[in-house]
Design a protein around this ligand. Sequence first.
Ligand SMILES: Cc1ncc(COP(=O)(O)O)c(C=O)c1O
Length: 382
Amino acid sequence: MIGALPDFRLETWFSRWEFAAAHTFTASDTETMSVADLLALAGRSVDEIAGMDLGYRPTYGTRELRDAVAAQYEVIGSDDVLTFAGAQEALFWLLAELLAGGGHAVVTVPNYQSVETVPLASPASVSGLPLWTGSGADLRWILDLDRLVSLLRTDTRVVVVNFPNNPTGFVPDQDTFRALALLCHDRGIVLVCDEVYRGIEVDPATTLPQAADLTPSAVSVNVMSKSYGLPGLRVGWVAAQDRALLDRLERRKHYTSICNPGLTEHLAAIALSVGGAVHARNRAIVAANITLVRDFFADFPDRFEFEAPAGGCVSFPRYLGAEGPEVFARRAIEEAGVLTLPASIYASALADVPTDRIRIGFGRTSLPATLAALRSYLENQP
Ligand SMILES: Cc1ncc(COP(=O)(O)O)c(C=O)c1O
């Protein structure tokens, strides 16, 4: 099973600063909304919430929510969906279960830490697949399938990817992604795809298919937190055609959350029923914010080198200032109240993640005020 887990660097940084910061320039979610606004958007009444009972719900998730999730997929049906407390619980049990018997896993780097540290704490051995080629100003984000093939072993059980990627905003092209899914399936490898940032791509041509729709063995992980902007629901899910795997995961969930709150599964189903409108709202916020960020960074060419992300609401620009990204991030939060993430948060045991970067986020409507605070800080530095 799973051995000792290290501190989750990103969450530890957020424990210290997320709710103390005056300005968050590194949120990974999009603008949230009130319960009343969500219900109004869906033409529903607050009374139906007030009348809900607070009893347990099925571990698999309510039929209402599983139907609403399945409606987001082409092939996946509602029996192919198991809900979890956020994407975090889903990733934890999925990786722990798939690697409980050892073997080998490949994980893309940089990554959201649990997809690396849960496999490393399992009996399996783990290899990193860097998502870049080149370095410094010449670095390019890339999904290199030849490099992946060179890492595969006869006992490779899992390949873990996350597109749109946190922290880079990278999305591979459609053909490469489909080839990845087929490659894994042909070799009997489970492709685990974390798709939590999917759906708000500014150019819809970059929106990838969902892995679980592509092959009988691929698994999609998703959540209401990021592109839907509703992290407080704590509703995530695993979608997979492999029902035996879902049954095994249901048994594991009995040890942690048992079930999600019925209230938030109901609200999640309502949000998914107007999912296109929620995504459209958040896509518009992200598109406008990317322009603001690009213009802002253009005013500080000696400090920042920014590439707009292909998807999602985060990116990993270079920080060129002499003091480096670690000192910059610490001073920005301590002296200006502006929260960013320094590159060290994304350090990996599997590959040398570029150290000249900061993780930023731009899914929230507070971004203009955040940029104003950062501008005033930068312009008043000695
Ligand atoms: C790529 C990725 N996966 C999973 C999660 C966890 O999501 P949640 O907080 O909804 O459980 C995050 C949160 O930042 C993330 O960035």
